[in-house]
Design a protein around this ligand. Structure first.
Ligand SMILES: Cc1ncc(COP(=O)(O)O)c(C=O)c1O
Length: 359
């Protein structure tokens, strides 16, 4: 019998969530962001499911884009950070990849390249996040420079929000205003919106949305939000109980003896650990589901095992199914308990955990 840990990926849920993004921005074209192996859900499987619905896919680097082509995906693929060295440019041209351009050196390298065909470029403007992007004041000059190059086909301006997940933060409005001023009078498409902006900020939708986290069924917000509540969880991460013991009052459980029994407690040991991507910051008292019932983590997460307080639960036995997050327990609750975000939990699930796909 194999170790029970697995991540069930519901591809219909991903399709539902992507279609929700599209319906909220029905005038826009939609990029499905499947970088980092589709946030741990499997880039090829997700791309195959969405190949009809998506206008393009978004990845972080050329290796991720080539993986899609090797799997037979033919839709355009946007490299969100562009290329890292000029020898990627001929590959970009041959494969109909689109490239972000976040710096002058990338613009220079496109100018100097010898390409088999012109490529679509997405100059990324730094509208206030100050992580990546060309200065606001250079937008117009760069546009005209790019349009004059034989190596360049379409130009789409993109930018990225710093605080879109904070619903009452006015930074998004300020970023949009700076961006609009920088590109005023230029006849080019815009792309701004990631999941929180798609869900909450119509003004950001523009001609191209970029949907990531929401496709995987997790809300980017810390508070309930009308449309986020319509998302369906795509990943259900489960394992099984492998041992059960009663631990006496005042005894402790696990490394550093961080959980002390206030009375005799029934402790289940489950086959999951930080080497599977079950974050070590998911500490004492964090939520988990055992045999369909709410339970709490008791003690530290080990590399391959976790201990859970199942005192008073019904029908818990070796072999009982445990849900770490998914259909019964929202990943956001687990992320909150670990002072992290669903993005890190999803992308952290390691290759030791088999992905099982269902519709
Ligand atoms: C440039 C860019 N666009 C879009 C996204 C998708 O964001 P989200 O997962 O919040 O939808 C990301 C993700 O980090 C990104 O880096």
């Amino acid at each position: 019998m194999a170790r029970a840990a697995k991540a069930k990926i519901n591809l219909s849920a991903i399709e539902h969530n992507f279609k929700l993004a599209k319906s909220l921005a029905s005038e826009s074209k939609a990029i499905a962001i499947i970088k980092a192996d589709a946030y741990g859900h499997g880039a090829v499987a997700v791309a195959k499911k969405l190949e009809d619905a998506a206008d393009a896919f978004g990845v972080a680097c050329i290796e991720e884009a080539l993986e899609l082509r090797e799997a037979g995906i033919i839709k355009p693929v946007l490299l969100l950070e562009g290329f890292f060295s000029p020898d990627e440019l001929p590959i970009i041209a041959e494969n109909n990849f689109w490239t972000a351009l976040h710096s002058e050196f990338q613009v220079d390298q496109i100018r100097q390249a010898k390409l088999s065909c012109a490529i679509n470029v997405w100059p990324k403007i730094d509208s206030g996040m100050h992580r990546l992007g060309l200065p606001l004041e250079s937008a117009k000059a760069i546009y005209h420079e790019l349009k004059a190059m034989d190596n360049v086909a379409d130009v789409v301006f993109m930018s990225h929000m710093a605080c879109a997940d904070e619903l009452d933060n006015d930074m998004s409005a300020r970023q949009l205003a700076c961006f609009d001023e920088a590109v005023a009078g230029i006849d080019a498409d815009h792309s701004f919106a990631n999941s929180p902006s798609i869900l909450s900020n119509k003004k950001s939708h523009r001609q191209w949305i970029r949907a990531g986290l929401m496709m995987y069924g997790a809300s980017p917000f810390e508070v309930p939000q009308e449309f986020a509540q319509q998302l369906k969880p795509a990943m259900t991460f489960t394992t099984e109980v492998i041992a059960l013991r009663e631990v006496a009052v005042n005894e402790t459980v696990g490394y550093a003896a961080s959980f002390k029994c206030d009375k005799a407690r029934m402790i289940a040991t489950i086959a999951i650990g930080y080497a599977d991507g079950y974050d070590r910051h998911i500490g004492n008292g964090s939520p988990i589901i055992v045999a369909g019932q709410a339970a709490k983590i008791a003690g530290r997460v080990s590399m391959d095992m976790v201990t859970v307080d199942v005192t008073g639960l019904n029908d818990v036995a070796v072999g009982s199914v445990v849900e770490l997050w998914g259909e019964q327990l929202n990943v956001v609750e687990v992320a909150n308990a670990a002072a992290t975000i669903p993005y890190t939990l999803f992308t952290g699930v390691t290759k030791r955990v088999p992905r099982e796909y269902c519709e």
